[in-house]
Each structure stands twice: as structure tokens, then as C-alpha cells.
Design a protein around this ligand. Structure first.
Ligand code: PEP
Ligand code: MG
Length: 818
């Protein structure tokens, strides 16, 4: 691809021009380098910096250099003398006006044009303005083009379409049209039929801009070449969809609604909205919720005036925070894969996080002594102010975008994600962090409807634990639902209805009634043991992530705590809990469980659960990185303190300890050695979580060192099916026969009792299969205990072999329900 270099006397001007041009790209990337100013605030140009920029922008297809005035041109000429001969031959200095030229050049380069074409596009970029203002063309080169003769054979019959965008073929839709036209192997032309304009090339932004297409104008499209028909059909469809700007009035703040921001301000009734039809997301937490919609309002995070630590520490904090926000936004973009417009927005947010100008400004501020949050906020504000000052309303709206992403990073840095969300009815949001889900009050929140999210993400796990009906992956349109609109949702099926009539509300209420009746029946027997029809006793234990969970687990008849996720004590704080605090909290959990055995899982951080005070190195794939036991072994002081606490609690109450994310016996041996040093009582049972396929396949190698194993099907499923658990674009079902075969192998070869503590254990339909495979403990969300016990009681005596040979999870589910 052709690279671009922006040479300007002013760093701020060049950065803003690049930001403006990049906003035309819809996530595509064009190599653009900036050589501007002597530093960020001193005006001037520097030939050495320009020569480096030219070399950096060169990918082998040539470089177009755009300059502002006077000495910029001289410096650029000098710079070309300094670069390698091959690079110089591929580079061209372009006389185009800087801003218009750059916008035309990026679009043309993104469309795959060659160097000369990109330069010509840039050079002709003033034509639109000239034709709009009625100015005479200055030269033959910039005169409106005569109707081109289509190469590649006769043009297809023309197709016409009326433009509905409020501002006509303004910058963004025009850029969309141009980049789309360039994707086809066709020579596409367009004209404004309403004004009777000449035909121009649709792959040229500057040409399209000369057409002066306004709302209501009719455009005509025609094409020649191998993909002519496809190209025209595609463009007509795109125009009919208002270039995907429908419902987002052009230039308004909503145009770039901060969808990656997990919260958008609630909109009052009567506001213009995109109300989705009755919809279906993914079932995440069973139960029916009916109530008025509410969305938490955005509040900008306050930055405390604390002194910065060393620049190195601040820079590391920043890297971690940016990586975490990038992950969050990436998930949202994946969730919005079917919604091109939303995906564009998330793509733009991701680009901001990669913006070298922004990031180098942040680094410079950190070097000057600012804290990471202060540096990010101020740098983002600077960029936002630049956008805000631009005369184009669409580009003004980018300021809100920059602020939203900036705030997201600042929040991440300050750990402000745990603010409780306060409201009554059905909470609508993009996604929830685990901490936010944990802060919901089930007495007030009738249900949760998430645009993104996933059933195996921790937010959904917490929703189940809180017994809050939840539908996730419902699509971005739900974010446009006005506050106060009635929502009915069924978290067991994933269905939801927006503003349902009485009949539909009645249907949801009926479902709730049936479910309540079943629950009441199950609750009546919740404290009795669960035994299969074959007479096999199955422990139904609870997964506990707080003291409240432990109390609820005991009240719901849990036989023990099969998984205490101790991370809840370590996350969202600035330093690790001390040994005494841990002893106290674990002790309270044991007490709340009425002295039943508690299984304390050692710290399982990394992946979607980063730890601020022991962040580790940035990782491309944190789920495949230093997680779980790997993290503990890398942080022996942290791990040792937790083992101290566990041993102390185990001296007075029945405790098991369980290590997460074990892959091989040497890790387990190292952990056991540290545990042994602390002289644990004999009553302390030791186990591992089997959540890595490798551990399942060689489970017998752990046998000498464990008293039990517990299968973490959430992670086991994601690792087996290569489907990230938080990513709704790749939904993964633990009933896939590949996962079942691993469970089968564990049950056959472990030589110790096998539990399951992943979400599959709470899937009532799966229970008979799991018990038939040989699982002897199911550890589930506290609220699920009574119904899972019921499912155990109806489990039969058959074998599970039938499921292992089926092709996929749906085939297994069909057989289970048939
Ligand atoms: C699992 O992976 O199945 C599990 C129970 O652990 P977590 O969900 O906490 O990763
Ligand atoms: Mg896990």
C-alpha cells in the first residue's frame, strides 16, 4: 500500500489533519507518518525527521509526501536527498493542499491506488470546494473531468438511488462509497442526476465530492469490468442503507455514541430512537425480568491529585490499562460483528488506542512527571479540543469519542469500574465488568440486557449467582432503547421484548410462574441429599465469590463450597490483602457455610481478571499467558501469603485447597512444596482444576499429588474449542463431544473423585450425562443448587457413550431433549 507523510510546521495541525483523514477509513489502515514541528509546541520543519518519516512510511509501493507551506517544501526536498536511493525513487512530493489533499490521499491509498493515482487524487482535492463555491478551475488538470470512457468493456445499465443522508454525500458517506467502490474489480462511475453532473470515477473522493450530492438528490451508478454488476448492486444497497448512518443523525453526538463505553446516558421518552424488534440474545442467567429500561449515566472519572510514581511504573500502569481497554473494546467490536456501523465505531475507538501521536504525548507527559491517569486525560483532552475546534460537525463529534476512550482508560487506571450501578428495572448496557455485576442489587434490578457480553464471562456467572435474569449479546440497538420503555426478558431462553403489549407481557409472566412453581418445589427439598435413580450420591456444591454467596449457598442447601473464587478479595484494590484479612474472610465464609467443607481456589488472575498491584508483562494473549497457578508461582510472596492464610483456616475448619490452570505436574509439585513448607493439617485436601486440555489428557500424572480434581468447564471449553469465553462471536458449548471426551478421560483416569465447577454443572439438561460419565460433585451458583439437585434426582442409570461420538453440541442437546 502507498504510504503517506505529512510535513507541517505545526505538530498540532498535522496530528489533527491525520485524525481527520483517518476518520474516513472505517478501520482500514494506511501507513501515515508525521514529521511536523521542531517539537510538540515549537513551529518548524526538520529535514532529518522528514527523511525518517519517508523511510518509515515506505512499504515498497511508494510514498506520497504532503506539505504545508514555505520551508516545509524545502525541508522535504532536502529530506529526499537523505533517504536511500530506492526509497527516493518511490517517493513523490505532492503539491496538494495539506488537509483536503491528505483526506483524498488516505481514501485513495486505502482503496489500493498506486502512488501516482494517490498523488493525483490529492492534487485534485480542491475541486469539490471550488465547484461548490463556483470558483473557476485553475488549470486544465483540475477542471471537472469529462465523462470518462469506461475501460474494460461497456458499462452495465445504470442504477439510480436517492440519497437520504441528512447532509447528503458528506465526508463520511462519500468516503464509504469510495472505499467500497475500490474493493471491486470494476471501473465504477457515479453522477448526480438531479444536478445533471458529468460522470466521475466513484473510486475518487475528490471527484465524488465535486458532485455536490445533497439529501434528496438522485445519484446514478454504472460500472464496467468483471465485477461490475456486483459493485453497482453493493453500492446501491449501501446507499439504500444511508451508508449505514440511518438513525444516527449525521454530525450529532449520537453519531459516535460511545458504545464501547459500557454506559451511555439514558435517553428520555419521546427521543428519536432505534427500537429493536422483539429480539433474541444469548441466555445468560435464567429467570424472567419485566420492568422499565434504565441505563446508567456516564460520569467522568475524577482524577485524584496524587503524586506520580517513577515514570517507569506509570508507563507500565498505562500499558496495562490500555491493553485491558483494548481487550474490552475488541470484545465489543466482535460482539457487533453483524452491525457494520457499530463495528466501525469500535474500530475507530481501537485506532485511538493505537494512535502514536496520542500515546507519545501521554508518554512525554509521564516523563515530565505526570501520573498515568493525569497524562492520559490531558493528552486526550488536547486531541478532543482539536477535534472540537474543527468546522465540521461530524468531526466535532469525534471529540466525544476521544473523551470516551480516554475516560475508559482513566477508569481502568483508577480501578473505578466497581462503582455500583444504581437503578430500578431492566438495566441496559454494552457490557458489565465483573465488579459492576457484583454491585447490582437483585431487589432493584429486575433483569439485565446487554448489547455485548457472553454467557461464560464472569459478569454472567455473577448474574447467575445473584439470580438476576440476564440476556447478553443482544446487539447494539438495545442501547438506543429510551429510558422507561417496558422490557420483558427471559434469561433462560435469551428472548426479550421491547415495549411489549399486554398479551406478550402475559406470556412472559406465565413463564415466570411455571419457573417459580418448579423452584418452590425444588426449594422444599433443597437440604436433602441428591441421589441419582441408580442410587449414586452426588454432592451438589456451590461456587462462592463473596460472603453473601456463602450465606445464600447454605440457605439453598449446598452440600459444601466446591469453588471459592478467592480473587474477589484481591481484585479492584491497590494492594494485596494481608494474611490476617484473608484468614478473617475465609473464616467467615466457612462459618456462613455452617462448617461444611470449603474449597479455596488459590488466586486465579490474568486473562479477564488482571491484578493492578501484580500486573506482569503485557501479553498478546493473556488467556494463554501467565494465569492462575502460573501467576502465583511467578509471585511467590503473594502466593505464600495466601497459602499461609489457607493453612491457618484449615487448622480450625474443613478446608480444601485447589490450584487453577494447572498444565503439568511440575507446577503442582512446586505449589505443593510451598504448601508443605507451611505444615498444613492432614485434613487439608489438595486438588487441581482441570481446565487445560493438556491436564485432562494426562490427568493420571497428577494422581500422586492430589486428593480430588475439579473440572473447570468454562476454561476447558474455551481452550478445547479455541473460542474465547467472553467473545459472543464464537459461542462455545461445553456439551461439545470434544469437551465431553475430555471429561470422560478425566473420570476414567483421575483415580480420585472428580467434580465439575464450570457453568456446565448448572445446566440441568446436562446433569444426567455428567453423572453418567462419572462426575461425583457438581458445583454451581448458589441459586442453582435446588434445581440441580432435582436434576440429579431424575438422572437415570444409562451410559454416556452415545454422546461421545456425536459431531457437535447441538446434536447432543437434541438427543438430550428428545
Ligand atoms: C472454569 O474455568 O470453569 C472455572 C470454574 O473457573 P473460572 O470460571 O473462575 O475461570
Ligand atoms: Mg477457570
Amino acid at each position: 500500500m502507498v504510504g503517506l507523510v505529512v510535513v507541517s510546521h505545526s505538530h498540532a495541525l498535522a496530528s489533527a489533519a491525520v485524525a481527520l483523514a483517518s476518520s474516513m477509513l472505517h478501520g482500514q489502515e494506511v501507513p501515515i507518518e508525521v514529521a511536523a514541528g521542531l517539537d510538540e509546541s515549537t513551529l518548524g520543519t526538520d529535514a532529518v525527521a522528514i527523511s525518517s518519516a519517508v523511510t518509515a512510511a515506505d512499504q515498497g509501493d511508494g510514498v506520497v509526501v504532503l506539505m504545508d507551506l514555505g520551508s516545509a517544501v524545502l525541508s522535504a526536498e532536502m529530506a529526499l536527498e537523505m533517504v536511500d536511493d530506492a526509497v527516493r525513487e518511490r517517493a513523490v512530493l505532492c503539491p496538494a493542499p495539506l488537509v483536503e489533499g491528505l483526506v483524498a490521499a488516505v481514501v485513495s491509498a486505502a482503496g489500493g491506488a498506486g502512488r501516482d493515482e494517490v498523488a493525483a487524487e490529492a492534487a485534485g482535492a480542491l475541486e469539490a470546494k471550488e465547484s461548490h463555491l463556483g470558483a473557476p478551475a485553475r488549470s486544465a488538470a483540475s477542471a471537472p473531468a469529462p465523462a470518462p470512457v469506461s475501460p474494460g468493456g461497456p458499462a452495465e445499465p445504470t442504477r439510480a438511488v436517492t440519497i437520504t443522508n441528512r447532509h447528503g454525500l458528506h465526508a463520511r458517506p462519500a468516503a464509504r462509497l469510495v472505499t467500497t467502490a475500490s474493493r471491486f474489480d470494476a471501473h465504477v462511475e457515479i453522477r448526480n442526476r438531479t444536478t445533471g453532473s458529468a460522470w466521475v470515477r466513484a473510486g475518487s473522493l475528490s471527484r465524488v465530492a465535486t458532485l455536490g450530492v445533497l439529501q434528496g438528490h438522485e445519484i446514478e451508478l454504472r460500472a464496467s469490468g468483471p465485477q461490475a454488476r456486483d459493485a453497482v448492486d453493493h453500492l446501491v444497497e449501501l446507499a439504500a442503507r444511508a451508508f449505514d448512518e440511518a438513525g444516527r443523525p449525521f454530525g450529532s453526538d449520537k453519531d459516535f455514541a460511545t458504545a464501547a463505553e459500557e454506559r451511555v446516558p439514558a435517553r428520555g421518552p419521546g427521543a428519536e430512537e432505534r427500537v429493536p424488534a422483539p429480539g433474541r440474545g444469548q441466555a445468560a442467567s435464567a429467570g424472567v425480568g419485566i420492568g422499565p429500561a434504565w441505563q446508567p449515566a456516564v460520569s467522568r472519572p475524577h482524577i485524584p491529585e496524587t503524586t506520580a510514581r517513577s515514570a517507569e511504573v506509570e508507563a507500565r500502569r498505562l500499558d496495562d490499562a490500555v491493553a485491558a481497554v483494548r481487550r474490552d473494546i475488541g470484545e465489543m467490536r466482535a460482539a457487533a460483528a453483524d452491525d457494520e456501523a457499530a463495528a466501525d465505531i469500535f474500530g475507530a475507538h481501537l485506532l485511538l488506542l493505537d494512535d502514536t501521536e496520542l500515546l507519545s504525548d501521554v508518554s512525554a507527559r509521564i516523563q515530565r512527571g505526570d501520573s498515568a491517569p493525569r497524562a492520559f486525560r490531558d493528552a486526550a483532552e488536547r486531541v478532543a479540543a482539536e477535534f472540537g475546534a474543527l468546522p465540521d460537525s461530524y468531526l466535532n463529534a469525534r471529540a466525544a469519542d476521544v473523551r470516551a476512550v480516554g475516560d475508559q482508560v482513566v477508569r481502568q487506571l483508577l480501578g473505578l469500574t466497581a462503582e455500583p450501578l444504581d437503578g430500578d428495572g431492566v438495566l441496559i448496557a454494552g457490557d458489565l465488568t465483573p465488579a459492576e455485576a457484583a454491585g447490582l442489587d437483585p431487589r432493584r434490578v429486575a433483569g439485565v440486557l446487554l448489547a455485548g457480553g457472553s454467557p461464560t464471562a464472569h459478569a454472567a456467572i455473577i448474574g447467575r449467582a445473584r439470580n438476576i435474569p440476564m440476556v447478553v449479546g443482544a446487539g447494539r440497538d438495545v442501547l438506543g432503547i429510551a429510558a422507561g420503555t417496558t422490557i420483558a426478558l427471559d434469561g433462560g431462553s435469551g428472548e426479550f421484548a421491547v415495549a411489549p403489549d399486554e398479551t406478550v407481557v402475559g406470556q412472559f409472566r406465565d413463564r415466570a410462574a411455571v419457573r417459580d412453581a418448579r423452584r418452590r418445589e425444588a426449594a422444599g427439598r433443597a437440604h436433602e441429599p441428591a441421589v441419582t435413580r441408580a442410587g449414586v450420591p452426588i454432592l451438589v456444591a456451590a461456587n462462592v465469590g463473596s460472603l453473601t454467596d456463602a450465606r445464600e449457598a447454605a440457605a439453598n442447601g449446598a452440600d459444601q463450597a466446591g469453588l471459592v473464587r478467592t480473587e474477589f478479595l484481591f481484585l479492584d484494590r491497590d494492594e494485596a490483602p494481608g494474611v490476617d484479612e484473608q484468614v478473617s474472610v475465609y473464616g467467615q465464609i466457612a462459618e456462613a457455610m455452617g462448617g461444611r467443607r470449603i474449597t479455596l481456589r488459590t488466586l486465579d488472575v490474568g486473562g479477564d481478571k488482571p491484578l493492578r498491584y501484580a500486573p506482569g508483562r503485557p501479553e498478546q494473549n493473556p488467556f494463554l499467558g501467565v494465569r492462575g497457578l502460573r501467576h502465583s508461582l511467578e509471585n511467590p510472596a503473594l502466593f505464600g501469603a495466601q497459602l499461609d492464610a489457607i493453612v491457618r483456616v484449615a487448622r480450625r475448619t474443613p478446608v480444601s485447597v485447589m490450584f487453577p490452570m494447572v498444565t503439568s505436574a511440575d507446577e503442582l509439585i512446586a505449589a505443593r512444596r510451598m504448601l508443605g513448607d507451611r505444615k498444613p493439617p492432614d485434613s487439608l485436601e489438595v486438588g487441581i482444576m482441570v481446565e487445560v486440555p493438556a491436564a485432562a489428557l494426562k490427568v493420571e500424572t497428577f494422581r500422586p499429588y492430589v486428593d480430588f480434581v475439579s473440572i473447570g468447564t468454562n476454561d476447558l471449553t474455551q481452550y478445547t474449542l479455541a473460542a474465547e469465553r467472553g467473545n459472543p462471536a464464537v459461542p462455545a458449548d461445553g456439551l461439545d463431544p470434544a469437551v465431553l471426551r475430555l471429561i470422560d478421560a478425566v473420570c476414567r483416569n483421575a483415580g480420585v473423585p472428580v467434580a465439575i465447577c464450570g457453568e456446565l454443572a448448572a445446566d440441568e439438561a446436562a446433569v444426567p450425562l455428567l453423572t453418567a460419565l462419572g462426575v461425583r460433585e457438581l458445583s454451581v451458583a448458589p441459586a442453582a443448587v435446588p434445581l440441580v439437585k432435582e436434576a440429579v434426582r431424575v438422572s437415570g442409570t444409562g451410559s454416556a457413550d452415545w454422546a461421545l461420538g456425536l459431531p457437535d453440541a447441538s446434536a447432543v442437546r437434541r438427543r438430550l431433549s428428545g
